[in-house]
Design a binder for this molecule. Structure first.
Ligand SMILES: Cc1cc2nc3c(=O)[nH]c(=O)nc-3n(C[C@H](O)[C@H](O)[C@H](O)COP(=O)(O)O)c2cc1C
Ligand code: SF4
Length: 537
């Protein structure tokens, strides 16, 4: 019998040697005469364990990790050894299989606490299936949502998405159902669906991981969106820094076309939908929806003034749904399982699950999909295991480069759009970047201003000029020049940028800057609110 072995082809796994591990397994299995079928799956999102090798057993898939090519001969020998030996488990009866004593053995994959504690709606198949097998996709529940949608009116589909409470996962948290309703009602001889796969936020990788691990779910979500709003063409706007995701996506689109999932007769329904993959050059501002549309149109990625909203006048002047990868990839679940199943999970007005991405200086970095409402502290300390360096956590930046820095004193904040906003923060695309006590927060504030200056599209003055002046002001503070006066000037400048900028790049840069200034005053050479300078005593 052939043994199925899974080695991720995900970029995160490839970066730590997954290809070499896969090659070693193939060679070693041939040498030891073990019949093996190697599947290049997506990642399960447990990045500190990559390359995570999984093996199918009668009891379920078991995992080993992180596996180096030098571990492979011993691993294959253990897998090839048919004799049950030793005490204990296992499920399925008999003695423990020899591989259970292998030093890299992690047990049943689904029982690994980091995975077991998750609620996976959007990433249910990621890391499980062969990403480019439509049969795998269907066997794991794929196309159920589209089949259900094909039997509904556009209004009924939009209604279900509205009832689910789904909010855009790209950062702003705008209700997806309302956006779709606007496009459905808008006049236009053509309409478009655009996936925002630009994923420029620091510490985020969920869109990439999904496109590499389960590309058909995005395709299915886009088709449902097209049917719902009356669009027959869609674009996926990805970035050049994602070569593997782009490759998988392109292959998946070709497979979907050949299978009649895309084209002029979707699943025999007589409906049409086609998708094009477009690759941007990697400007952060091209993730902003109107700059993205400009970029698809072949122009320089510069922000458009709103109104008109893209839902009314978007791509090539036509009504356009533009949604993040995760928003669209959440839709098949909603249509398949019903909006109530999605809405049953969550916190306040934040319904369903969020793909939290744990990054930076963290022990257990990876993707953790969970219902909204879990506290920031639980994510960082409990699930993430604290810092990788073992030093105390000093700050975490949530929501990308425009997100606030929170100190551990705010770790009781529930992961929820409104709860973060109430503390002058944002959850954005769900990225959490952890810093230990060696970070200098005045330098992080400078970095935020510098980032804005570099990435600014240049359209409005508060952002274009303000960010450059902001770098200079922070530099003066770091140099110890007129610290109080310059801190006041910085706060004033942030106020101008916040309320005077045309888009959130200039408008939200004040969040990291002001949070650093507010929560880490000592790092700016300022007295803390209690008037005592700890370091000076
Ligand atoms: C500077 C800037 C960068 C952005 N980058 C992204 C991005 O990379 N991906 C994304 O989905 N949304 C990004 N957004 C948000 C988009 O403008 C838009 O809100 C989103 O694509 C809407 O989709 P959603 O409702 O599904 O979130 C960015 C916004 C700004 C202001
Ligand atoms: S805030 Fe910055 S990025 Fe946004 S429109 Fe103005 S100049 Fe462009």
């Amino acid at each position: 019998m052939t043994m199925r072995i899974f080695v991720p082809g995900d970029s995160g796994a490839l970066a730590v040697g997954a290809d070499a591990v896969a090659a070693a397994i193939t060679a070693e299995a041939a040498r030891q005469e073990l019949a093996v079928t190697l599947v290049r799956n997506g990642s399960r999102g447990l990045y500190w364990l990559e390359p995570l090798v999984e093996v199918e057993t009668p009891a379920g898939r078991v995992a080993f990790g992180p596996v180096a090519p030098s571990d492979v001969p011993e691993l294959v020998a253990a897998l090839a050894d048919p004799s049950p030996r030793g005490e204990g488990p296992p499920r399925g009866g008999g003695g423990a299989a020899p591989f259970t004593t292998h030093p890299l053995y992690l047990g049943l994959t689904e029982e690994i606490p980091f995975l077991k504690r998750q609620t996976r709606f959007t990433f249910a198949r990621c890391g499980v299936v062969d990403p480019l097998s439509l049969d795998d996709y269907k066997a794991a529940g794929g196309l159920k949502g589209l089949t259900a949608a094909l039997a509904l009116t556009p209004e009924a589909i939009v209604d279900q998405v509205t009832q689910s409470g789904l909010r855009g996962r790209g950062g702003a948290g705008f209700p997806t159902g309302i956006k779709w309703k606007t496009v459905l009602a808008a006049e236009g001889s053509r309409k478009f669906v655009v996936t925002n796969a630009d994923e420029g936020d620091s510490g985020t990788f969920a869109d990439r991981m999904l496109m590499e691990g389960d590309p058909f779910v995005l395709i299915e979500g886009m088709i449902i969106a097209g049917i719902a709003v009356g669009a027959d063409h869609g674009y996926i706007y990805s970035r050049s820094e994602y070569p593997h995701a782009n490759d998988v996506m392109a292959k998946a689109l070709a497979i979907a076309e050949r299978a009649g999932l895309l084209g002029t007769d979707i699943l025999g329904s007589g409906r049409s939908f086609s998708i094009e993959l477009r690759i941007g050059a990697g400007a952060y501002v091209c993730g902003e929806e109107t700059a993205l549309l400009e970029s698809i149109e072949g122009k320089r990625g510069q922000v458009r003034a709103k109104p008109p909203l893209p839902a009314i006048k978007g791509l090539f002047g036509a009504p356009t749904v533009i949604n993040n990868v995760l928003s669209l990839a959440s839709v098949p679940f909603i249509l398949a399982e019903g909006p109530a199943a999605f809405a049953a999970v969550g916190f306040g007005r934040s319904r369903g699950t969020m793909a939290v991405q744990l990054a930076g200086n963290i022990r257990h970095g990876g993707l953790f999909e969970t219902g909204f409402g879990i506290t920031l502290g639980a994510l960082v300390d409990d699930i993430g295991g604290g810092t990788a360096t073992g030093r105390p956590v000093k700050a975490v930046q949530v929501g990308g480069p425009l997100g606030a820095y929170f100190p551990p004193a705010l770790f009781d904040t529930p992961f929820d759009y409104e709860a973060f906003a109430a503390r002058d923060g944002l959850i954005g695309h769900g990225g959490i970047v952890v810093f230990d006590d060696t970070v200098e927060m005045a330098r992080q504030a400078r970095f935020a201003m510098e980032f804005c200056a570099i990435e600014s599209c240049g359209k409005c003055t508060p952002c274009r000029i303000g960010s450059t002046r902001g770098v200079e002001v922070v530099d003066r503070i770091i140099a110890g020049r007129d610290v109080d006066a310059n801190a006041a000037l910085l706060a004033d400048l942030c106020e101008t940028m916040k309320f005077g900028s045309l888009c959130a790049l200039g408008g939200f840069t004040p969040y990291p800057v002001m949070s650093a200034l507010t929560h880490f005053r000592e790092d700016f050479g300022l007295l803390p609110p209690n008037g005592r300078m700890e370091a000076a005593e």
